[in-house]
Design a protein around this ligand. Sequence first.
Ligand SMILES: [Fe+2]
Length: 372
Amino acid sequence: MNTIALTWPKRVLIGEGVLKQLAEEMKGFSKKGMIITGGDSVKRSGTLNRVLEELSEFDCMVYDQVSREPTTKMADAARKAAREFGAGFVIGLGGGSAMDVAKTTAGLYGLDASTQVCMDQKTFEKKNIPFIGIPTTAGTGSEITLNAVLYSETTMNKQSIAAGWFQAEIALVDSELTISMPAALTAATGMDALTHAIESYTSMASNEVTRAIALEAIEAIGAGLIPACEDGDNRQARLLMAKGSALAALAFSQTGVGIAHAISHPLGAEFHISHGVANAILLPEAIRFNRVVCEEDYVKIAGALGMEDAEVGIRAWLKILPIPKTLKEAGYERGKEASILEKTFLSRSLKKNPREASREDVLTLIEWCEGR
Ligand SMILES: [Fe+2]
């Protein structure tokens, strides 16, 4: 057996109402810190106030200048504000965007170099402060992974930045915080989580441990996604999705993902298609492409999902979920294939895909998704 090495956050809490344990978990932390969030929805839902109440003994500054597609410049501005405030920890509260900005703010805290420079250099000094991830969606898993994805104004692509110390000190996954999420967002983020779990399961870098976790994630998402979309107040479904999303992240953070993710990043950057929607559309076609080399894996995956066939079943899900069904519907237009291809082949995700893909293969896969 090959060595299995696993790198996870120091502490992961998953459950309904685990937010109540936050102050206790943060014993020994600095008394001053920054909460980074996208703003509106966490304010409207009351989530931000609940976190602030929970942390009443801490001096917290709220930074809410994170948009849906965070950029390296946005990350620079957040880090500047955190340093001026003298933050001793950073909490990312929200979806993947808030989490990614919070992660770089904490991870690059003591450095003077810009986020873009650190991204380009790939190696930089460890001058971080603790990062705590509290997701309010169930999908990205960014509270568990050690990389942040930001849009680079220089390369005009979504780029990843990572370091061992980007890992969260605490990842707190509370299904109660996802109750107010609208159905379309539940569907998109949930399909992202499902793509993480499935692509981790079939990844070239998977092992017995990650496969066991990925399969648990697939089972939880299989049982939770449709009910959570149909009735956002279904607490059991929300809990299944929170658990499924976190488990998927524990698996894919070790194994990487696959061809759906390799294509969804440049598509998202080029046409502003949300990451979850792009993955949802790509996933059944990625299975169609891959299944000739790992049919047995998809039989297990279908079993965990409670489906006869994973490709057919997921395509049927896509029809009923409240999100765009084809790339065309999502805003894709022909004409930028060269740039999409170039960026797809730069992706590390492609190297983890179980079937090697040529440029023609990627174009064919996109065509399958187009919906013409
Ligand atoms: Fe993803």
